[in-house]
Design a protein around this ligand. Structure first.
Ligand code: SF4
Ligand code: SF4
Length: 322
């Protein structure tokens, strides 16, 4: 069903949701940056912005620096325990590209041997799409088949219009806002720039793309902003902190660009150069069958060297057309 309502009614609804759920929504910081944050009241929510928040939903379902187990062998009784928390019921208001990112994470963390923590967090998380009404400067999600306003695959979607909001609901399992008026509604066609993915088919081959790899490896500062802010980067490392008496084992986000990423015992590295690392990253994001870029543009937004995924795709297009 499609409903029309006004902004006040949406805010009152979000306020009432805060009483029963942990609500995660875009929030404007004092410097104007937008972050997905846990909000306490509807005053904190910002629904009117272009592009994506700076951080990603993975912060809330696949956290960095997660304690897997603790040990304390100092007392009479040795304690080795895995911390267990009952997941809260949560709702997240997020962009459609980030929903595609979550679906990719679901595929990776829930297939084969499921990550039980992830599974529990997801089972308790309701997704509400915030349809885009304008396109952000870095967005290119339509390249990967994402619609800035979801056409079908939503449970609840909010779309800002000239006069208020459209709320689209399909059996959401949530109380809806008051003051809804049923309307017929067809979302406007909104697309981001669509880049030619075909031009990057052989991008993993760094010998054939020597010029592009020269450019990338010369520019990249290895700051790792692109992988940590990518909603679909999931590589992690496990480290023990403390000593044999007391400490904890943690899971930390890792990056495929780090020089130690593929290093094995005795120092052997099957992918010894920076170009190898970049070739793997580009293959994972742009070429593999479950290619993991969703075109959110965060890597371009953060990269100090101007080589986010959109810029790299533009380089490949330019090379093909020369
Ligand atoms: S953000 Fe840019 S400079 Fe930093 S690691 Fe990624 S590509 Fe390299
Ligand atoms: S590679 Fe860049 S554009 Fe693609 S999903 Fe990751 S952060 Fe977004």
């Amino acid at each position: 069903m499609n409903y029309q309502t006004d902004f006040d009614s949406i805010l009152r609804w979000i306020g009432s949701l805060c009483r029963s759920y942990e609500v995660i929504a875009p929030k404007k910081e004092t410097n104007g940056d937008i972050f997905y944050s846990v909000i306490e009241s509807s005053d904190e929510v910002c629904l009117d912005f272009s592009g994506t928040p700076i951080n990603t939903p993975k912060d809330f379902i696949y956290e960095n620096y997660k304690t897997l187990l603790r040990w304390d062998l100092a007392g009479d009784k040795a304690v080795i325990e895995a911390p267990e928390e009952e997941p809260k019921k949560r709702i997240i208001f997020l962009r459609n590209c980030d929903i595609k990112a979550i679906r990719l994470l679901d595929g990776w963390f829930e297939k084969d041997i499921a990550d039980e923590d992830y599974k529990k967090l997801r089972e308790n998380l309701i997704l509400v799409t915030i349809g885009c009404h304008t396109i952000g400067p870095f967005c290119f999600c339509s390249t990967f088949g994402v619609d800035p306003i979801e056409k079908e695959n939503y449970t609840l979607q909010l779309i800002k219009t000239e006069t208020g909001y459209i709320l689209q609901a399909k059996d959401p399992g949530l109380t809806l806002p008051q003051r809804l008026e049923a309307v017929s509604y067809r979302p406007k066609e909104l697309k981001t720039e669509i880049l030619d993915l075909g031009c990057s088919n052989n991008i993993a081959d760094f010998e054939q793309n020597a010029q592009i790899y020269d450019e990338i490896t010369k520019r990249c500062q290895l700051c790792d902003g692109c992988t940590f802010l990518c909603p679909t980067c999931t590589c992690y490392d496990i480290a023990d902190h403390g000593d044999e008496t007391k400490g904890e084992r943690v899971r930390l986000w890792d990056s495929c660009l780090f020089s130690s990423f593929t290093k094995m015992a005795k120092g052997y590295d099957p992918e010894p150069t920076f170009a190898h690392a970049w070739s793997r990253r580009l293959s994972c994001k742009l070429v593999m069958s479950d290619r993991s870029c969703i075109g959110c543009g965060r890597c371009d937004m953060t990269c100090p060297a101007g080589i986010g995924m959109k810029s790299i795709l533009m380089l490949t297009q330019h090379k093909e057309r020369k």
